[in-house]
Design a protein around this ligand. Structure first.
Ligand code: 9MR
Ligand code: 9MR
Ligand code: ZN
Length: 531
């Protein structure tokens, strides 16, 4: 009989759970020789194993011993039991373990909606706010005087309520990549959002909420405003209480190119369900692409006076992504020629790590996986070789890390998002090679974010064991509910592996953001079970 099921903080594993046929490992910060897996229901030992190996994990400065229980495939709820160490948090084995996390993280996107009232339930709490920022936004900083021009809607960016086109770029881009890769499954997933039951699949309807806002960010001449924001970051109050005026910030070529990619990509996704939205998006994409042709210079936004998120970034990667999506949607051979020239000029690179400041991978993968004819086969081979080399590097990085972290010992602002985003490159490599190692490294990312980490905790609010309780999120900090708003991945530890602080003020490691959630949406979408 069990004496106690007290959780040992030394046993670190995916506290959401594992798919039956996938590898299953725990990282234990201590020495042991034998371990067991016990069933939560009745305490019965269902598996016994030996410690696999002890390794030094440099970034946390620990000795880590691995417990491997991959052979256990029977669905159920379990704990690890290790003599003299204790029990792990409970976890499940099942084909559906990622369904509720996917649902919850998509609900997080819905709850981020601006310009409308939102409401959602989680663990018995209701998270809600009234329509916010209904006056978006004023033209003062872009030469229009104190005049209002409609820019309502979209998602808030993060723990702050501002809205930035460049960060929308990598967010929508990664979500549309998930649609292309896993759409047959995602099409049927119900998200219980206001649009459920309408003509679009719920997943696309959620993205359309952002696209409808983005269309308002396009100026008459085809340039795209860089952001909508208050003059300074506001206080921790519910969004509808924030009455400070919000302003357009000047256009940038990066925002304009990202706009082209997002609207062209969305046109393709939505076409089978809603031809008129597809047409409107494609027209908008072409218009901004033409603007970019007239403006080959890398033009940064003039954000003087609007001291909030910057998201200033060089535009060659954004332009490459723009033309890739526009070509894939239209098949125009002139666009293919332009795209291939950019790919050559940028070394046909597939980066092992990318985020809002570098969206080249999104364009590269669209090019590589496109079924359209006319591509330069030598260039295609080069891209394929680079993709596989990068995926191999990620696999090796995970293998040589004590917590199988696919980003190794790289820790920086938003690195948890990057851990999840590795899945995009890995899955592209999987599509080309069908090697299961790439899927397993995607699962390593999920394992890490849901508890196989130095803290033994989930990094996602409302999910898994001891999730973040005090994220840097103005809604969570400004409402009366004790629990934080659910379905949000926090940015993650940095500058080192042991620097995460679950306190509201620590915006460097404990904020939430749409680009991090989108990456996790991609990784989870790969493993949701078919409804
Ligand atoms: O709250 C802001 C957060 O959303 C941003 O990501 C972060 C970095 O741009 O800045 C936070 O605002 C802080 C400001 O930069 C400095 N003073 C304290 C603010 C936190 O309330
Ligand atoms: O995610 C951004 C990160 O890469 C930057 O290092 C950091 C500082 O500039 O800003 C992060 O983005 C924040 C943005 O500026 C404002 N909204 C919250 C974002 C997440 O912290
Ligand atoms: Zn708002």
């Amino acid at each position: 009989m069990l004496q106690s099921t007290e959780v040992s903080p030394l046993i670190r594993l995916n506290t959401i759970g594992y798919l039956p046929d996938s590898p299953k490992q725990a990282s234990v910060a201590g020495k042991f020789s034998r371990f067991a897996v016990v069933r939560v229901r009745d305490g019965k030992k269902v598996y016994e194993g030996e410690a696999a190996e002890t390794v030094t994990n440099a970034d946390t400065d620990e000795q880590i011993t691995i417990a491997d229980f991959s052979a256990l495939k029977t669905p159920g709820e379990y704990r690890l039991e290790i003599p003299d160490i204790g029990f792990s948090p409970p976890f499940r084995i099942g084909t559906d373990v990622y369904d509720f996390p996917f649902y919850t993280i998509m609900k997080g996107m819905y709850l981020w909606r601006c310009g409308t009232a939102v409401s959602g339930k989680h663990n018995g709490d209701t998270f809600a706010h009234e329509a916010c920022h209904t006056e978006d936004a004023y033209l003062d900083y872009v030469g229009g005087g104190h005049v209002r021009r409609d820019a309502t809607g979209g998602w808030h960016d993060a723990g702050d309520y501002n809205k930035y086109v460049v960060n929308a770029g990598v967010t929508v881009g990664v979500m549309l990549r998930a649609w292309e890769d896993f759409g047959t499954r995602l099409r049927r997933v119900r998200l219980d959002i206001p649009e459920s039951g309408g003509k679009l699949p719920d997943y696309l309807a959620e993205i359309k909420w952002e696209i409808d806002w983005l269309l308002k960010m396009q100026a008459e001449d085809g340039s795209v405003y860089h952001k909508i924001s208050t003059r300074q970051f506001g206080p921790f109050i519910p969004p509808e209480q924030e009455k400070e005026p919000r302003f357009y910030a000047g256009w940038s070529t990066a925002a304009t190119a990202d706009f082209v990619a997002m609207t062209a990509g969305f046109a393709r996704a939505v076409r089978p369900y809603d031809a008129s939205t597809a047409k409107r998006c494609l027209q908008a994409a072409r218009k901004s692409w033409e603007f970019l042709q007239r403006h080959p210079e890398d033009h940064k936004s003039d954000t003087r006076g609007l001291i909030t998120g910057g998201y200033q970034t060089d535009d060659p990667d954004d332009r490459l992504w723009a033309v890739a999506e526009l070509w894939e949607t239209t098949g125009d051979p002139a666009l293919l020629k332009d795209l291939e020239e950019r790919i050559r000029a940028q070394g046909a690179r597939i980066d092992h790590d990318f985020d809002w400041a570098n969206v080249r991978n999104l364009g590269m993968i669209t090019y590589l996986l496109s079924r359209r004819g006319g591509k330069d086969s030598a260039l295609m081979n080069q891209v394929k070789t680079n993709l596989i080399a990068t995926a191999e590097r990620i696999v090796q990085t995970a293998r040589s890390h004590g917590y199988a972290r696919p980003l190794g010992d790289a820790y920086y602002w938003g690195c948890n998002g990057s851990v999840a985003r590795q899945a995009v490159v890995l899955h592209a490599a999987y599509r080309v090679t069908k090697k299961p190692e790439y899927l397993n490294a995607m699962l390593d990312a999920l394992n890490h974010l849901f508890g196989r980490n130095f803290y033994g905790r989930s990094f996602v609010t409302g999910l898994g064991y001891q999730p973040p309780m005090r994220p840097h999120d103005r809604r969570s900090g400004g409402d009366k509910v004790d629990a934080p708003w659910p379905g949000y991945l926090v940015g993650g530890s940095h500058p080192g592996a042991r620097n995460w602080h679950d306190v509201q003020d620590d915006y460097r490691t404990n904020e939430i953001a749409i680009n991090w959630n989108a990456a996790l949406i991609y990784a989870l979408a790969a493993f949701v079970s078919s409804p």
